[in-house]
Design a protein around this ligand. Structure first.
Ligand code: ZN
Ligand code: ZN
Length: 609
């Protein structure tokens, strides 16, 4: 199967690059010892920019590990919004004072990413206006949880920040109530659920107060603040329940964004080379290619797995029957974490043997059981990377053990079948090596606070999705007899999921797709279990665009690789491609592409009609 994205370049002009530059020398790179005056000036600006940003958004700062403004709480009223608007406009003016051409490659992409962020932030405030229709944007749960469980400061200090925050809880929820007009029913339900979760957190505050060594006066003040906060959140939840109840407000804001707003959000959030329509068409074509290939493999495997049964004539049934046999090959609850731990060194070895990219042996990935306070989010595996303000901390690959306490025997079996022996390998490639973890190690080499904070979702997810395919293309999982059809079939199913995420998101938000059609798409075309499909339906109602990032980044990276292969011919080297691609940090693929093409053939790039 080959992806063909021939007419993808935005603007219609086709940039042809001939005569690849072969020396590996001169990537304009940021460990260069000499920093130009323009770069110095820009670096100073970036630092001040981020400090001003954190003062405006203290919760976001804390989430990134910057705790200077922990005691502040933003009251989202018209005065705050006017101030934010003015600050963003001033920052755009300041950015305009830098000529991007005078900056290093790292700073050029930072410059563009900051401008993108500011325009997106203005658009969010003035056009998307979620503060008017999304009640779940008001919730004190995260800031309270972070101050309770954070390890960044001693308990007394965290509690006194919490006290300052809670002193504004009434004003916070009053502003919320004033802002909301005919909120979205789906987001109101989420807001009720999440704010009830915050109510359940309040007794823990009282426990912590007891454990602290605050003065009696301070303790009493906190107890009263917790009481007030409980009443205020209770009132907010009750008003959401009564105004919305079971029958929807006829004027309620729709959860579907509609084509016009969706296209703008897509642009601001992804900075993609594609429009939603272009990405949709690619996803639909890719889905058909995947199903065609899956049918071919299923036909090949049928005699091996279903020797005495008649082969179904229906394509989807055929594929499903074979997948159902393959997923029986799974590990046991007790050895799940061990199975993951054993795979990591094999992935490292394979990447080295095949010369796919250079790895840093001084930074081995530590596999651990997911700490208790992080469990329950549903994700069985994730990478815990240190934040931008805590770079020296370890990076962990968290794998949740399958315990009797968390899983009934049926649930454990279902989970193990989902992460069967084949799919588990794809998951490890995606999350760890050479997926998210490897990308992160590269990103940290040319450190940019801007990219750590505003990292492009399509680039980050697209890289992880790209590596799944790239590893298999290079023979991962193959035996002496050739490629493993089993691994490829389950890889295709996995890749189909990201492809359908894109089709689903665009269809629901711009094409009015019904719940019934959405579930049919995921379950029939995508071979998903009903519970997974229903979870995805909830997610697509509550978020917009993010579900496209995986396929969007993957498609752009595959296209860039094809483009460079064509341009460089025999000189194309996969390892060089990977290392150069990763060297720019988590910038949008579109920006990386421009830098790579400029570097590939600085003198001979020419534009053609
Ligand atoms: Zn089983
Ligand atoms: Zn991912």
């Amino acid at each position: 199967m080959k992806l063909r994205f021939l007419s993808a370049l935005a603007g219609g002009a086709l940039l042809l690059v001939t005569g690849a530059c072969q020396s590996t020398d001169s990537a304009k790179n940021d460990d260069a010892p000499v920093v130009s005056a323009a770069d110095q000036r820009f670096n100073t600006f970036k630092e001040a920019f981020i400090e001003r940003l954190w003062r405006l958004n203290p919760d976001w700062a804390a989430y990134q590990g910057y705790h200077k403004y922990d005691a502040a709480l933003v009251i989202n009223d018209s005065a705050w919004r006017a101030g934010a608007r003015a600050q963003y406009a001033r920052e755009l003016d300041r950015l305009g004072g830098f000529a991007p051409d005078s900056l290093s490659a790292n700073n050029q992409t930072d410059h563009r990413m900051l401008a993108d962020f500011l325009r997106g932030a203005e658009w969010n405030l003035d056009s998307l206006r979620a503060w008017e229709w999304d009640p779940s944007s008001y919730n004190l749960g995260d800031p309270i949880g972070m101050l309770l469980n954070g390890r960044h400061a001693p308990l007394n200090k965290r509690l006194s920040s919490l006290s300052d925050k809670l002193s504004k809880a009434s004003a916070y929820y009053e502003a919320a109530t004033r802002n909301l007009r005919h909120p979205s029913v789906e987001h109101a339900k989420l807001a009720i659920l999440q704010n009830e979760g915050t109510l359940a957190l309040l007794p823990q505050v009282l426990d912590s107060v007891k454990k602290s060594t605050l003065t009696e006066f301070q303790q009493e003040r906190l107890r009263q603040q917790v009481e007030t906060t409980r009443a205020v959140i209770g009132g907010y939840v009750a008003s959401l329940k009564t105004t919305l109840g079971n029958k929807a407000d006829p004027q309620a804001h729709p959860y579907r964004l509609g084509s016009a707003l969706y296209a703008r959000k897509f642009h601001h959030d992804l900075a993609s080379a594609y429009s939603p329509e272009q990405l949709y068409d690619r996803a639909v074509a890719h889905k058909e290619e995947l199903l065609t290939d899956m049918a071919k493999i299923s036909t090949e495997l049928w005699p091996k797995y279903c020797p005495n049964e008649p082969k179904p004539a229906d394509r989807q049934q055929l594929i499903r029957r074979v997948i159902d046999k393959l997923t029986l090959n799974h590990t046991t609850p007790d050895s799940f974490v061990v199975a993951v731990r054993q795979q990591i060194p094999r992935l490292v070895q394979f990447v080295n043997d095949k010369n796919l990219l250079t790895q840093d042996p001084s930074k081995p990935l530590v596999v651990r059981e997911t700490p208790l306070y992080m469990r329950g989010g549903g994700a069985g595996a994730s990478v815990s990377a240190p934040g931008p303000y805590d770079k020296d901390a370890d990076t962990y690959y968290n794998v949740s053990p399958i315990t009797k306490a968390d899983y009934s025997p049926e649930a454990a079996e279902s989970y193990l079948r989902e992460y069967n022996r084949y799919t588990l390998q794809i998951l490890n490639i995606h999350e760890a090596i050479p997926g998210h973890y490897t990308q992160l190690v590269y990103a940290n080499r040319s450190p940019s606070l801007v990219k750590a904070i505003f990292g492009n979702g399509s680039m980050v997810e697209g890289w992880a999705v790209y590596t799944e395919r790239m590893m298999l293309e290079n023979g991962y999982g193959a035996t002496a007899a050739g490629r493993s059809p089993e691994l490829w079939l389950l890889y295709y199913k996995w890749n189909l999921r990201t492809t359908l995420n894109t089709i689903l998101d665009i269809s629901v938000h711009t094409k009015n797709m019904s719940e019934k059609d959405a579930l049919a798409l995921l379950m029939n075309d995508g071979f998903q279990e009903r519970s997974e499909a229903q979870g995805k339906w909830r997610r697509v109602q509550l978020s917009q665009v993010q579900l496209c990032s995986y396929f969007d980044g993957y498609a752009q990276i595959m296209e860039l690789r094809d483009e460079l292969k064509t341009a460089q011919g025999k000189a194309f080297d996969l390892r060089t491609f990977h290392e150069q691609f990763l060297s720019y940090g988590s910038a949008p693929v579109r920006y990386i592409r421009e830098l790579m093409l400029a570097h590939t053939a600085p003198a001979v790039a020419r534009r053609e009609k």
